[in-house]
Design a protein around this ligand. Structure first.
Ligand SMILES: Nc1ncnc2c1ncn2[C@@H]1O[C@H](COP(=O)(O)OP(=O)(O)OP(=O)(O)O)[C@@H](O)[C@H]1O
Ligand SMILES: [Mg+2]
Length: 371
């Protein structure tokens, strides 16, 4: 029996949902045959992604490219819209003229890397780490909610759809239960099913005034790394969520009301499978382009060819003289000549931004743009 305990106001709007339960849920409810079938497909795709990612020589090429794309997509769920071009410029040019939107996205990127460091250095995550991640993201120190009044509304109708726990002690209890389950190495349950449960739980605790969605999405990737399902932060569900947003909200909501996990877990497993496949394709395209670019430079500009130079153009799709100077330890004059030569043979395209010349790896940027 599912107990639904909803308090309605005189207009029939939800005032309070049933109390959020501690983890773990009953295993039989989250491990049906159908769920297991989806979990299998998702973990096969993810394992393939892990293998392909390992075959790229410089992992930073992938991390840089994919983390930035994720930062953009995830922020888009929050309606922070930027272009990739604006973002790369914000990261490359030393200018204070960065738009507030680009700054938010850059903060998201910083928050991912901060979380990645925690996981790598500690091998677990703490509630304080989560607070630091959210702080980096929203750029304020408000921390865990201590003043009641936060409710979740339907964007369009403005109707209250969910009321998260309001008392700080209750929020802290739920978070401590959450983080224990998060760090627990569970042999009995597929980690991907567990991820779906954890994501629901975190969003429903909704511990912060803002940034809960984005923090939760960062916790997802860190969880995959913690469990060795992927080595580096390159699988993100945000692009899938952007495309299937209505369903995402509907299922979170449905799980709140009915306490039934089935559809929610399948949504998440599906998201993992599809995103893994898309990311595999993207990595394969990057790999191919890296190889053809190496060949092209060797053939058309053999005097300036070095593997480091070409790899730099992939780590920094928007490059500049400084980057070449630092990486190859050459004089500015030589660095400038290399970049100009690469433009001449059609690999880069220059663009002046805030009095600095940037060199864009056009074909790579095209690949990265595709979702
Ligand atoms: N009914 C619901 N139950 C639980 N969580 C929900 C529900 N509806 C939405 N959410 C979660 O709340 C998040 C939004 O919360 P918040 O505004 O604090 O986060 P954000 O990071 O600023 O926004 P966004 O997720 O839109 O980028 C959504 O991403 C979703 O994960
Ligand atoms: Mg928000």
């Amino acid at each position: 029996m599912v107990h639904i305990n909803i308090i309605w106001d005189y207009m029939g709007h939800v005032l309070q949902n049933s109390q959020l339960k501690f983890l773990p849920p009953e295993q039989s409810k989250v491990e049906t045959i159908e769920i297991l079938r989806y979990a299998n497909k998702a973990s096969t795709a993810l394992a393939e992604l892990k293998g392909i990612a390992q075959s790229i020589p410089h992992q930073s090429i992938l991390i840089n490219a994919i983390v930035l794309q994720e930062s953009k997509d995830s922020s888009e769920i929050e309606n922070i819209i930027t272009t990739q071009d604006e973002l790369y410029k914000a990261l490359t040019v030393n200018s204070s003229k960065i738009t507030p939107e680009a700054k938010e996205v850059v903060n998201y990127r910083k928050a991912i890397f901060l979380g990645y460091e925690f996981i790598k250095n500690q091998g677990f995550l703490s509630v304080n780490n989560i607070i630091s991640i959210q702080q980096e993201l929203v750029d304020n120190t408000a921390g865990i909610r201590s003043i009641p009044g936060t409710v979740l509304k339907n964007d369009k109708t403005n109707e209250v759809v969910y009321i998260p726990p309001q008392n700080k002690p209750e929020i802290l209890d739920l978070l401590s239960n959450f983080i224990t389950y998060y760090n627990q190495n569970d042999k009995d349950l597929s980690p991907l099913i567990k991820l779906a449960i954890l994501h629901y739980q975190f969003e429903s605790i909704h511990p912060f005034y803002d940034g809960n969605g984005r923090t939760g999405r960062i916790l997802n990737i860190l969880y995959l790394i913690l469990n060795g399902l992927i080595d580096i932060p390159i699988l993100y569900l945000s692009s899938y969520i952007v495309l299937n947003k209505t369903e995402y909200y509907r299922l979170l909501n449905q799980t709140n009301i009915t306490g039934g996990w089935h559809e929610w877990i399948i949504y998440m497993l599906n998201a993992i499978e599809i995103t893994s496949r898309n990311t595999i394709q993207k990595i394969n395209s990057i790999k191919e382009l890296l190889m053809t670019t190496i060949e092209k430079v060797k053939q058309n500009a053999p005097k300036i060819y070095s593997k480091e130079l070409v790899e730099l153009l992939f780590e920094q799709p928007y490059s500049k003289i400084d980057f070449v100077v630092k990486r190859l330890l050459v004089e500015r004059k030589a660095a400038s000549r290399y970049l100009k030569e690469l433009e001449k043979i059609g690999i880069l395209k220059s663009q002046v931004v805030s009095r600095e010349t940037l060199y864009l790896n056009i074909e790579l940027i095209e690949i990265l743009k595709k979702t």
